[in-house]
Ligand binder design. Structure first.
Ligand code: BGP
Length: 469
């Protein structure tokens, strides 16, 4: 089988992780500009002040992407670059920068796939309560409108939010992302509801503009599987999926919240402050979603959490993404298993679970169009005689693309695959040490770029449309 012509082979990035130029050309300060400078918050104090300087080197970077043969580039727009204080004047230099990126992509026939919110929020909005404050919903919707208006003639693929579960949970349960609040489920659920509302309103507006493009949201896709057949572990796994899959996918794709979680929230007094009007916007917008984006790195292996009073705050402190944590409510824990394979950062490598998870999604949500908007291997790449021989990355992507191929053969509606990442970039909490890119960035040598072995390998896959996978 060959991947069809309308299947997009791409790669992704995010503004804060690549751009740098954090205070140039009128950009406002973001929550991450502030948070990353608090001692102890990031790996060796790394931050995105310069990142990989994509802001100044985008032409060179997009040329390299074209050399790899990328059909699409998923990147995010930095809200504070467009509206420095989040809810006021537009910064024309910011508009100009993304116009340039888009035009540069189109010059090579690369389809721009744009994320509006990949975590960098204008800092003054964060100071006023960030996503817990309903004013942020309106500010976001305005910002989205501005982007549709400025770029929508050339951008036909829009993602509103990247991974709400991550910025909400790490921001309000683990305290590892801005605003650094720990163990506050009430706020955590409020944030999720406010984001779903903002998403729904942005979708409505986009459709009203009749730009004839598509819009959706990107979620983490980390399906949970029980470690064994014990009933208590199966129940714990159900709980995990209800919380981390259904709570996020149902409001977007079905237009309502899953009963199971709603009941738990009522019992614990965690129900968000939600109005009838907001709930109906979410309902009305659901069928207007054109697709869902999935970021898949690893599944969850789940068991009942039986350690009394396990301190989920402490166990989440490092927030590495590796298993070994109790859920915030103490119901389940994720575990490492002896018969599984893990990356250097402890993330499980599991293409089979990827395929099983996709089957689960089809069962729950039918034929909704899906894109894999992130998937990749974080590694320290070996350099031999000046060449970056990232063979483990090739193996990783190959096995996951095979799963995608199999899924398509089973009529799962997948229309694109974006490797994380197009170019080496700043990992939010792991600095520059953890590399993901097809393009290497030499931090000891003027941030020089070089295509890795994986980039040449991906080029061939794209040329053959995956026939030999
Ligand atoms: C996803 C984010 C990306 C990227 C990736 C890898 O959650 O959307 O922005 O960071 O994870 O994560 P890490 O850098 O922690 O390995």
């Amino acid at each position: 089988m060959k991947f069809s012509k309308d299947f997009l082979f791409g790669a992704a990035s995010a503004s804060y992780q690549v751009e740098g130029a954090y205070n140039e050309d009128g950009k406002g300060i973001s929550n991450w500009d502030v948070f990353s400078k608090i001692p102890g918050k990031t790996f060796e104090g790394t931050n995105g002040d310069v990142a990989v300087d994509h802001y100044h080197r985008y032409k060179e970077d997009i040329k390299l992407m074209a050399e790899i043969g990328l059909e699409s580039y998923r990147f995010s727009v930095s809200w504070p670059r467009i509206i420095p204080n989040g809810d006021g004047e537009i910064n024309q230099k910011g508009i100009e920068f993304y116009n340039n990126i888009i035009d540069e992509c189109l010059k090579y026939g690369i389809v721009p796939f744009v994320t509006l919110y990949h975590w960098d929020m204008p800092n003054n909005l964060e100071e006023e309560g960030g996503w817990t404050n309903k004013k942020t919903i309106d500010a976001f919707v305005k910002y989205a409108d501005i982007c549709f208006d400025a770029f929508g003639d050339r951008v036909k693929h829009w993602i509103t939010f990247n991974e709400t579960v991550v910025f909400a949970a790490l921001g309000y349960l683990a305290g590892a992302h801005p605003p650094g609040i720990k163990n506050n489920p009430k706020k955590y659920f409020q944030v999720t509801h406010n984001v779903f509302t903002a998403h729904a309103k942005a979708v409505q507006n986009y459709k009203e503009m009749k730009q004839f493009g598509e819009i959706g949201i990107t979620h983490v896709f980390s399906p949970a599987f029980s470690v064994d057949d014990a009933e208590e572990n199966i129940k714990a796994t159900y709980h995990a999926n209800q919380h981390d899959i259904n709570w996020y996918y149902d409001p977007v794709l079905k237009g309502n919240y899953p009963e199971y979680v709603v009941k738990q929230l009522e019992k614990n007094d965690w129900t968000p402050d939600w109005t009838e009007a907001e709930l109906s916007v979410i309902k009305e917008a659901a069928p207007k979603n054109d697709f869902i984006g999935l970021n898949y790195y690893q599944p969850k292996r789940v068991a009942k959490n039986d350690i009394q009073n396990e301190n989920s705050e402490r166990s989440r402190e490092n927030s590495t993404g590796a298993p070994g944590n109790a859920s915030f409510d103490g119901v389940y824990k994720t575990v490492m298993m002896e018969d599984k394979t893990y990356t250097k950062w402890g993330w499980e490598i599991a293409p089979d679970a990827f395929l099983d998870g996709l089957r689960m999604l089809k069962e729950s949500y039918g034929d909704i169009k899906m894109y894999i908007t992130e998937n990749g291997l974080g590694d320290e790449d070996p350099i031999i005689e000046g060449e970056i021989v990232d063979i483990p990355r090739i193996k990783y992507i190959e096995s996951h693309l095979k799963a995608v191929k199999k899924a398509i053969e089973e009529n799962i509606n997948l229309k694109g695959y974006y490797a994380w990442s197009a170019i080496d970039l700043l990992s939010w909490l792991n600095g520059f040490k953890k590399q993901y890119g097809f393009i290497y960035v030499d931090h000891k040598n003027n941030l020089n770029r070089k295509i890795k072995l994986s980039g040449y390998w991906y080029k061939k896959i794209i040329e053959e449309r995956g026939e030999n996978l």
